[in-house]
Design a protein around this ligand. Sequence first.
Ligand code: PMP
Length: 433
Amino acid sequence: MNTLLPTEPAVAADLLWAHRFAQRTLGVSASAIRELLKLTEHPEIISFAGGLPAPEVFPLERLAEAARLVLEEQGHAALQYSITEGYLPLRELVVRHMAGFGIKVTPGHVLITSGAQQALDLIGKLLINPGDVVLTEEPTFLGALQAFTAYEARYVTVGIDDDGMRVDQLEEALRVGPKFLYVVPNFQNPSGTTLSLERRKRLVELASRYGAPIVEDDPYGQLRYEGQYLPPLVELDAEYHGCAHGERSFRGGVLYLGSFSKVLAPGLRLGFVVAPEEVIAKLVQLKQGTDLHTSTFTQRVAYEAARGGFIDQHLIGVREVYRERRDAMLRALERHFPPGVRWTKPQGGLFLWVTLPPGLDSAVLLEEALERKVAFVPGAPFFPLGGGAETFRLNFSYCSPDRIEEGVRRLGEVLGRHVRGEASPEPATTRGS
Ligand code: PMP
């Protein structure tokens, strides 16, 4: 008998793996809510849960044309390995985008990433030592928390109101000595709120005074449906540091993250980071260990689709569709949500944020909502330090206005029973992330 070949596995697979996960992964837990939300992929569920753009607005023909051109005319280069920094014409497109803010950068300041999400991960990899503190808004983007927590970040938070981050509380948080600030100034995910101009200026000034860099995440900046354009922090940072005479140099105190997900399509997985050259050089090294480079083919297709001002043109129609859906949701909320429930009125982006009367738990409501075939995301996972049970996020970009009306009507019934105290006491809940 061959003793080297046991007839039964010596260690069950779960035991084999359970103790081998690195320490840093232990803070990254599977979410009961995420498990529940898997149900929302079912077509009969009206889902306000995901952050999905409307598939109807994807520029299919333009992308098909671009893909054909790339394969026919650049096929060999498009299917080959390429440099980590990204396809030069696409980086030049980002340079022009930054010039739109009056910020002068070169392609050497730009790294193309596999979605802005990868930029968040690479920034975490670059900057966060275990236990380092990251300053965020509260609530903040869950994907950023997932990226930073994997590098064992701790958090200090600053609350938000209708004008975004409460900068009157910022100085206290800065005194903790955060490694960097993470901010989504435009139509924030999850709250839909926008940081006012006055607060942007104050934020830049305070961060600068405390020597703390800012990571500005701006995937929704071009999705404004009303109100006045506000300059990004990266622009105000240049202005604050007195880079005069029209053309402002990029100072590097703000790392600027952008995405092609909401302006072309998220399945392309294309984003970018604008940073000082020495930061880009480090990010490039780290990205090599992750995926060598973002898909050559996709970058070229996106460039061919985007060139000649297509994105600006395309966004005119996209904004129309999303404005209509936002309005449909706001109208439906007025009509169907019970008194005592509040919500934000975003001027752009994809989300709005609901706050229930104290004592109600949106995770409990989600279970009932799913029975009524409607989904949303409970707020708690967006709070890095806990809390937020009485909040939830609604996405308005994905569903048609009719489905928005019907979904909000059903949600209103569920909420109504709880707000009026008619719901029976709940058994075990699915709180947490
Ligand atoms: N940042 C924020 C604030 C987001 O909402 C998202 C997308 N949900 C991302 C980053 C990631 O975008 P991408 O698709 O480019 O990875």
